[in-house]
Design a protein around this ligand. Structure first.
Ligand SMILES: O=P(O)(O)OC[C@H]1O[C@H](OP(=O)(O)OP(=O)(O)O)[C@H](O)[C@@H]1O
Ligand SMILES: Nc1ncnc2[nH]cnc12
Length: 182
């Protein structure tokens, strides 16, 4: 599995299309908004491809995308890696039988659910989200997937707020690929 680093000009281009919104959704939070990246037809494709690069050649059954912003690039990523896509959702959204787990956010608590008939024991799963902050969401999703017998092969983020140290909650032996570190 390659660990590609993007060069500075590319990083600056992508970062220039992430909007920082102070005090959203709560005072003190600087919200990193990826909608400008999605709006631009070239950057949408470029970002999707760059996310897939480090995991090309890996055996992946599913990309698990974390609600809701993990769905935005998650299905593109799954398609590019020839994997299926499994949505990990907030409570009460998935219609069939679910497993669930509680977790803490940078700004509150929530829980995650997944359909019981999605990931099966031994399936290789890549976890994807738009952003890792405290790592609580990704760690909870990892626990949920492992509870189902899924084998997590790595983590993919568009962005990581490095100062919050979220990586310490993830398996240290697995690749964690964040396109942009802020
Ligand atoms: O690393 P953490 O501190 O756990 O935070 C990261 C999570 O927070 C955001 O989602 P949010 O819960 O705001 O939901 P949304 O994607 O539906 O907006 C983001 O998209 C990640 O899923
Ligand atoms: N600062 C932030 N910006 C966007 N999404 C987030 N999720 C948690 N912290 C966030």
């Amino acid at each position: 599995m390659a660990h590609s680093n993007i060069d500075k000009s590319l990083r600056d281009l992508l970062l220039g299309n992430v909007r920082s919104v102070p005090n959203f959704p709560k005072p003190g939070i600087i919200f990193k908004d990826i909608t400008p990246l999605l709006q631009d037809r070239y950057l949408l494709e470029l970002t999707s491809r760059l996310l897939a690069e480090p995991f090309r050649g890996a055996k992946i059954d599913f990309v698990a995308g974390l609600e809701s912003r993990g769905f935005l690039f998650g299905t593109n990523l799954a398609q590019d890696l020839h994997a299926g896509f499994v949505p990990i959702r907030k409570p009460g959204k998935l219609p069939a039988s679910t497993h669930s787990i509680e977790y803490e956010l940078e700004y509150g608590t929530d829980s995650l659910e997944v359909h019981t008939d999605s990931i099966q024991s031994g399936d290789n799963v890549l976890i994807h989200d738009d952003l890792m902050a405290t790592g609580g969401t990704s760690a909870a999703a990892s626990n949920l997937i492992r509870k189902m017998g899924g084998n997590i092969i790595g983590y993919s983020f568009v962005m990581e707020i490095s100062a919050l140290g979220g990586r310490r909650f993830l398996d240290q032996n697995l690749p964690v690929h964040s396109l942009l570190k802020v």
